[in-house]
Design a protein around this ligand. Sequence first.
Ligand code: EPZ
Length: 422
Amino acid sequence: MDSIIVTGGAPLSGKIAIAGAKNAALTLMPCTLLSDEPLTLTNAPRLSDMRTMSQLLQSLGAEVTSMQDGKVVVLSSHGLTSTHADYEIVRKMRASNLVLGPLLARFHEAEVSLPGGCAIGARPMDIHITALEAMGAEIDLRDGYLYAKAPGGLKGAKVPLRFASVGATENTLMAATLAKGTTVIENAAREPEIVDLAKCLRAMGAQIEGEGTSTIIVQGVDRLHAATHRVVTDRIELGTYMLAPVIAGGEVECLGGKMELVSAFAEKLDACGVAVTETPDGLHVKNRNGRHAAVDVTTEPFPGFPTDLQAQMMAMLCTAEGTSVLEEKIFENRFMHAPELMRMGAEIEVHGGTATVRGVERLKGAPVMATDLRASVSLILAGLAAEGETRVNRVYHLDRGYEQVEQKLSAVGARIERVQGE
Ligand code: EPZ
């Protein structure tokens, strides 16, 4: 397994190009199942999760072709041969469950393995199941698979979500586009990736309104057609690289960044004494005056502070002036980066879903281990300003959600290299 070695101390300067959003692409790709005409995605990120989703769709008989070094992906389910999403692929990536809604909507059946838990939590699918059953699906759970069918097709319905689940909103939205009648999704997730999904579905001929609000209304249509869609900028990669100059010093311009993608996050940075400025090409970030200050953070569904930036924010707060309290309200076990940061000298106390971080002057480099995607990048960020070398092991987690992380950071002056695993 590869490792990444970061040698701290170099202030940063330059521009980092932000890629297309992993969490948008992973819901856009299954949209191909909703039509027998091709779907073309541009500005696609080059990530291992995308390859996993391609494998899953190909295992169903769909065609997935990458072009222009992976930035363009053309998909077609014209020749679909199966509606069985196998455990061997689904267990590698929870987002595989996003084929459930489209398969049910178009083929009126689906056999999708439960993704199983992951490092950050149990991650059940009850909200997805309740929503699709409200639309007439019959779903049985046995031997680790969801066996779903919708004889005669799904029907439009009022679908109140008990929690604004991103994945459940996406599965329901995709399913509703081909249901008979009108579907009203209440307490829908409002993430930019949902807005991007609605844009893509509308380009395919779907009739949707209200995306980005808590109530999404969908008029079902008989069929969807070919479309080309540009994947929205990745707000989590954006927030991650905005933190790099805050931690390491210097200044960075994140190309493609837009304030509306990270407004709650940018507000917190402002409270820490960080200047975030909109430029014609993106967002420019630098500390206003020397050391950044502590701030309290609570993760919430969009437009609140994103849980996917909590680990990275903690890495920054480890060297802030003062004490910060972070509350993780979305996942039940998302502080695994804390013990690793403590190996680097961070002063953190975790009690359940709350972590208290007492800022120290400087962290010390150490060998640390990545446990999930966002935890792994938080360790790299911490290493940018730590004394000496930080060796982050198990970086396969990193490659799931960050393309060319060592190239992007070394291009702005970080001392970072990847070493092949033993
Ligand atoms: C999406 O996961 C993202 N993944 C996650 O990003 C992100 O952390 C999460 O949304 C929250 O923003 C993708 O988009 C591929 P949820 P998802 O359904 O859809 C509970 C990353 O690092 N829940 O909004 O799975 C669930 O257990 C990843 O890129 C149920 O209880 O998130 C969790 O506690 C990590 N029952 C909470 O809701 C359900 O049926 C939020 O889950 C569904 C969810």
